[in-house]
Ligand binder design. Structure first.
Ligand code: PNS
Length: 171
């Protein structure tokens, strides 16, 4: 298999995402982790910060690259000669929407989607939950990579309910 893309918001990357990247890396020659640039939704971390964290945590893999995209994922795939999209499925609740997107992406541009079952150790994890727990001082160690843990702590260190610069926290 040639190139796979793992797309997402990754605000921030979790150990569940990392597990999917590792398994994609073992299956494909080349893996691109592509961060969606969404102008209508500001995250806790900027796209540049998310990409920086992703670069750090995927550095040990020789065949994972980090990129960003806006617009349609299928256009990004076609422009970059990407063979297929890879997604992790945590639970049945993920399936309905993922199936719809996979079928639409195939309909739009014949881009295939491959699903990989999430490691049960991380099946309850989401970036939103991580942000909510970290925001209120909960312990997310072991659920996100060390580089992410440091940034979350830094971001929420000034107050228990918002970023250090005083702006309201974005969940
Ligand atoms: O981590 P997320 O936010 O659940 O990832 C969702 C993502 C980025 C994979 C999805 O929203 C997406 O592919 N967006 C790009 C726009 C697009 O192609 N939309 C049509 C999907 S059929």
């Amino acid at each position: 298999m040639k190139s796979l893309v793992c797309p997402g918001s990754f605000d921030p990357v979790t150990n569940g995402h990392l597990d999917v990247f590792a398994r994609a890396s073992a299956l494909a020659d080349d893996v691109v982790v592509a961060v969606l640039i969404n102008h209508s939704k500001s995250g806790l971390f900027s796209v540049d910060e998310r990409m920086e964290m992703l670069r750090e945590v995927t550095a040990p893999f020789g065949n994972i690259r980090i990129d960003s995209f806006h617009g349609l994922l299928v256009d990004y795939c076609q422009a970059n000669n990407i063979t297929a999209i890879m997604k992790g499925l945590r639970a049945v609740s993920d399936f309905d929407y993922e199936l719809q997107m996979a079928q639409m992406n195939y309909r739009l541009a014949k881009v295939e989607t491959l699903f990989i079952t999430t490691n049960p150790l991380y099946s309850f994890l989401s970036s939103s939950l991580i942000k909510e727990i970290a925001r209120f001082g909960g312990d997310v160690a072991g659920l996100v990579p060390e580089a992410v843990l440091e940034r979350l702590t830094e971001r929420f260190s000034a107050t228990m309910d918002g970023p250090a610069d005083g702006t309201p926290a974005q969940l």
